[in-house]
Design a protein around this ligand. Structure first.
Ligand code: HEM
Length: 505
């Protein structure tokens, strides 16, 4: 295999592994906020236990998301140096903004969220949950903006620079806001966030359904399951709406990609395939089932209006068809499945009928795998469908701007053997990391929520509670780590309580 294929495989593998975690943390973040909000209002012990339980799961996924995300930023430099030079000016600001605004917000408040249960009052804790959730969404904003810019670049011009005696192009921002609000960023962001919420909802359903099937933590599981189903139902419907908007946007900005998604080889009225097997050699979709004219209708509101086919795209600018087609249809098939499943379940929540339907609970135990798969499939479709471009060509103010082909984005000095070796290393380390993730996740789920969680200290309306808490911290040499280890048990009532009752949960 050549260095391009190997580098693409390596990036695909590392980003797919990474992309298990961000949508899960974003989706769980929303559930945490909802549950903490209910707890703040009711002060009910079960909601308190639920908030603590999901926070622990969230923190685990957050840690894995951060550690696996950093790898890709290095990969840009090692394997994709020419690409990094091309997009550096654009990505530099977006990725720096992600670090400064989103990551700091998220990780700063995460400390309060995880270690602050017995240190801050419920309102402050709820506020921290909200900030962590917003921080995770904000992180998605910058990453999705950077990705969208590659697909639909805007607000830049190309300058030439000399690198190792060769003239190389580099994109330079001319209009920051046009770069941020490039033609696909808002559509892509909403759809990506919606996909994350579906995953969060179905993850909560999966764990709760498993507890119900095993007859454990019944009250906790019924409440969490209900929230999970409602979240998954609302966002599954939104996935259809935002997905349609995005398909529309793709038809305008990346017609070659849409043609690949639907196996549309000849320009003309286009059918919408439910499934099939596209064959680029024979230029047809085999074994398929299609709704005649439906793609034309969805794009132009007219069953007979032509849609650009791959025949109108220069041969060396066409994406491969099979993978984008299958991944796109897998995502949509799963999305329709989530709509059917959750809408079927909603009425069954009344009177708790769903909790007696064991077969349905088993479906929910495994539905979360479908949500992981739909998120992965969406990204694979979007990224393979834009090939051979790593940065699409565009027209800015009437001036055509050159794009960058994936094959031109590679590092000049890295060989196939080095990439193959690093794939093997990544494979081994990620397998280990995956095993650790499953092991820790499983042990947290087996442990379950604490039956009688501690009530946090109350803060007063005027905020004196925060001040007292802060004063307590200034006046003592203890730290949050001390609270966990019990070294400061004489300094705070909470730590004393923890120590008296056998340590932190
Ligand atoms: C139900 C109908 C759905 C439709 C019509 C739809 C439509 C689309 C379209 C057109 C794209 C490609 C955008 C591009 O190429 O730039 C896309 C990407 C994506 N979809 Fe969906 N989708 C649906 C369901 C889902 C579901 C259920 C999930 C996840 C649970 C999901 C997650 C994603 C993700 C993560 C991406 C990649 C982000 C991007 O580049 O846009 N989608 N979807």
């Amino acid at each position: 295999m050549d260095v391009e294929i190997l580098s693409r495989l390596q990036f695909a593998g590392t980003i797919m592994f990474h992309y298990l975690f961000p949508p899960l943390t974003i989706g769980l973040g929303l559930i945490m906020v909802i549950i903490e909000g209910i707890w703040l209002k009711t002060r009910d012990e079960t909601w308190n236990a639920a908030a603590r339980f999901w926070t622990r799961i969230f923190a685990l996924n957050f840690a894995l998301g951060v550690s696996t995300g950093i790898v890709m930023e290095f990969e840009f430099g090692t394997n994709w140096a020419a690409y990094s030079r091309f997009v550096g000016d654009v990505f530099g600001s977006a990725l720096a903004a992600e670090g400064i605004f989103a990551f700091f917000l998220e990780s700063g408040f995460l400390a309060v969220l995880v270690f602050g249960w017995d240190r801050v009052g419920p309102k402050m804790h709820f506020f921290s949950a909200l900030m962590v959730f917003l921080g995770s969404c904000f992180s998605a904003v910058w990453i999705v903006v950077a990705n969208s810019w590659q697909q639909t670049p805007a607000g830049y011009h190309i300058v030439e620079q000399v690198v190792h005696g060769e003239i190389m192009p580099r994109a330079e921002i001319t209009d920051f806001w046009a770069m941020i609000f490039n033609p696909s960023s808002v559509d892509r962001l909403t759809h990506t966030l919606v996909g994350a919420m579906i995953l969060g909802g179905l993850f909560v359903c999966s764990v709760s359904a498993w507890y119900l099937l095993k007859g454990r933590h019944e009250q906790f599981a019924r409440r969490c399951f209900t929230i999970g189903v409602v979240v998954a139902a609302v966002f599954s419907l939104l996935a259809l709406v935002t997905g349609h908007d995005q398909a529309h946007q793709v038809s305008e900005t990346q017609p070659a990609k849409l043609a690949a998604y639907e196996g549309h080889f000849e320009t003309g009225p286009a059918d919408l395939y439910l499934f099939g097997w596209p064959d680029a050699e024979t230029q047809e979709v085999k074994y398929g089932l299609a709704i005649p004219g439906m793609l034309s209708f969805l794009v132009h509101w007219d069953f007979d209006e032509p849609v650009t086919g791959l025949n109108d795209i220069p041969a060396d600018e066409r994406p491969r068809v099979w993978l984008p087609f299958q991944m796109y249809h897998l995502m949509i098939g799963l999305g329709m499945g989530f709509i059917g499943l959750t809408l079927f379940t909603l009425p069954l929540l009344k009177g708790g009928r769903v909790f007696r339907m064991r077969w349905l609970l088993w479906v929910y135990v495994f539905a979360v795998l479908g949500a992981f798969a739909a998120n992965q499939a969406g990204w694979i479709a979007a990224e393979t469908g834009r090939q051979p471009w790593i940065v699409y060509p565009s027209v800015q103010g009437g001036v055509p701007m050159q794009g960058l082909r994936t094959s031109d984005g590679l590092s000049e000095s890295v060989g196939a053997g080095q990439v193959a070796w690093s794939i093997a290393m990544f494979g081994a380390i990620y397998l280990l990391l995956f095993a650790v993730w499953i092991f820790v996740l499983n042990s947290k789920i087996q442990h379950g929520p604490d039956p009688h969680p501690h009530q946090p200290p109350e803060e007063s309306e005027d905020g004196a509670g925060y001040l007292a808490s802060a004063a307590g911290r200034v006046g003592h040499t203890d730290s949050m780590t001390d609270a966990k280890t019990g070294d400061n048990r004489e300094t705070t009532p909470a730590a004393a309580r923890l120590a008296g009752e056998g340590g932190a949960p």
